[in-house]
Design a protein around this ligand. Sequence first.
Ligand code: ZN
Length: 134
Amino acid sequence: MLKIEHLGIAVKKLEASIPLFEQLLNTPCYKTEEVTSEGVNTAFFQTGDSKIELLEATQPGSPIAKYIDKKGEGIHHIAFEVENIEAEMKRLAALGFEILNPQPKNGADNKLVCFLHPKTTNGVLIELCQEKKG
Ligand code: ZN
């Protein structure tokens, strides 16, 4: 894996959290983007080589809404950048990690992504992401 690409943080309201993180990080939010397939609105901040991704649910039943109901706001996932997502998924599946989506899917910020089930990663939801080419 190349680096920690971003940390995903679940928040109740982007409207409240964007200005908070702008103050905290002393950098403007550079992008907001809705990912309709995931029922989520995202907001991104650059921090050096890595990013912070804020996640707000757009519908009551979406994964982020469920997460916040159960655990409240907070760190939701760690995303690692990979060179070749399919090769990395194959490598990890062969080692027994449970991959939540068998095919890479479209994520926010021009990425192909997949997630590993936290039960096979010490309770941490892991995202793999690969920059889309072309
Ligand atoms: Zn993410």
